[in-house]
Ligand binder design. Structure first.
Ligand code: FES
Ligand code: FES
Length: 164
């Protein structure tokens, strides 16, 4: 037995019949071929699967696709605008804040959710926001620097204050 859902994913309305037990992560990756959200632990521990649901970072492995019915989803594939990378994506590149890249979509979308709520976070606030996102490669320093620099750029503060 399936249930019909309609979601807007990266600005595109998608209607599908899904198994009520199907996770949002599986729906995005397997049904919509949006493989940017990664399956790490599949139990809410690693943050690799984070997407924005109505602007809030959510572990999509823990959310059922049917719970997303009527909601707005943003995946990493939808963050760039008109062919231009998002400031967070550019800052991650500048700071080499990724190695294997497995954690990167979740890191960036978690940070995007933070900056939407708090455009001028302290380093501690960034650390707390990213505390559910695990990275096995970078040691986190470059990630923190990238998020703080992107925040400054998004506030228009680059060049007006010291950017870490
Ligand atoms: S795969 Fe969802 S939190 Fe790890
Ligand atoms: S860059 Fe490899 S897990 Fe973060």
């Amino acid at each position: 037995m399936t249930r019909r859902i309609t979601v807007r994913v990266n600005g595109v309305v998608e209607t599908a019949d899904v198994d009520p037990r199907r996770s949002l992560l599986a729906f995005l990756r397997e049904d919509l071929d949006l493989t940017g959200a990664k399956e790490g632990c599949n139990e809410g521990e690693c943050g690799a699967c984070v997407v924005l649901v109505d602007g809030k970072p959510i572990n999509s492995c823990l959310m059922l696709a049917v719970e997303a019915d009527g909601r707005e989803i943003t995946t990493i594939e939808g963050l760039a605008r008109d062919g231009a990378l998002h400031p967070l994506q550019r800052a991650f590149l500048r700071h080499q804040a990724l190695q294997c890249g497995f954690c990167t979509p979740g890191m960036i979308l978690t940070a995007a959710g933070l900056l939407a709520e708090n455009p001028d976070p302290t380093e501690d606030e960034v650390r707390r926001a990213l505390s559910g996102n695990l990275c096995r490669c970078t040691g986190y320093r470059q990630i923190l620097d990238a998020v703080l620099e992107a925040a400054a750029e998004m506030r228009g503060a680059v060049g007006k204050e010291v950017v870490r």
